[in-house]
Design a protein around this ligand. Sequence first.
Ligand code: ACO
Length: 385
Amino acid sequence: DERRERMSEATQKPEIYKGLVGVYADVSSISKVMPETNSLTYRGYAVQDLAENCSFEEVAYLLWEGELPTAAQLAAFREETASQREITPALHRVIREFPKDAHPMDSIRTAVSFMGLEDPETGDVSEAAQYRKAKRLFAKIPTAIGATYRAAKGLDPVAPNPAHSFAENVFNLVQGRVPEPEVLKAFDVSMILYAEHTFNASTYTARLVTSTGADMHGAITAGIAALKGPLHGGANEAVMHMLKEIGDPAVAKEWLQSRFDHRALVMGFGHRVYKSGDSRVPTMKKYAEKMAEVVGDRTWMEISRILAAEMLEKKNIHPNLDFPAGPAYHLMGFEIPLFTPLFVASRVTGWSAHVLEQQADNRLIRPLSWYTGKEQRPVPAMAAR
Ligand code: ACO
């Protein structure tokens, strides 16, 4: 009987959690998402509170260290990371060899992988070395984004200025200019909101890679690969393509109806965890509206307003962070293929905080699959196939 029971356990299909929906895969003390109240905290602080009151550098420090920095700690952190922004001549040469039409997400993934080849501590997975590598990546990723973007346009790279804040640095490296304070603030807010979000697909990817004992550059390269997809980070680009395709608020409803008729996804809407609103949207929307005012172009926010109202009324689906971030980046003067790389510049903080958390209490991540293929059979001779 016992044997029969064991046999039936082995042959009865277990519950399959496709997409790992609703599965708690581990504990974490980095961030907490509370869909019932549409809220999100990083190390206990509400994201909207951080966005209004802190710089992105303070939030990066918070994610890694667990506490907000004092003025002296922040100054030291800024100095340490700002002094590491340069990328090597070898990486600049490699970047110049990238195909001009490469997607910037593929370019930044390759550049980060190359940084792993060059990093003096790549193979050292001690906690201290991994943290140092995280800070180097945080410092260098914007430089690589700027260099790849400019190389594809035949422009020389801009050298990072260590006196610049994180936000000033990104604009300078990509656009060769530092915009007005309202624009910098809106960008900084986007970086804060994008920095961390529990076990999303790219973060879980980084943790999974780490669980094998692999190093920081490997985990972050894999995280970037996962973020590119349109169901995840790639959605901020897709949102702007969609807004441009609609082009005119007068046709927004009609356009959306055609999406409904084709049962097509509407990018920037829906979320695996939030079903009644994304905690980050109100703050990002407020700053996207400010960008529309600064630029004097309300078209995108007006189309967005109509889409959001219709999606809620007809489908009861709310926008996610990518929905206001897409037009905000466009209004800040970034080209669409850079939107997801900008997400990388921010999320590298959350990814690496999770890498450090995973390795501090590691167990190899290795789920099971329920086999539905062919029954076991003999290998036929070549002539009999
Ligand atoms: N447009 C139209 N319908 C949608 C959308 C959408 N954007 N999102 C969900 N739905 C529908 C689904 O088709 C499904 O309908 P059904 O029950 O009739 O089949 C229902 O809403 C429930 O959605 P799920 O598929 O269960 O949602 P899931 O949790 O699997 O997927 C996801 C979440 C991938 C984010 C999905 O909403 C989506 O594809 N959205 C568009 C892409 C996007 O904006 N991604 C960004 C995510 S946020 C981020 O990465 C920062």
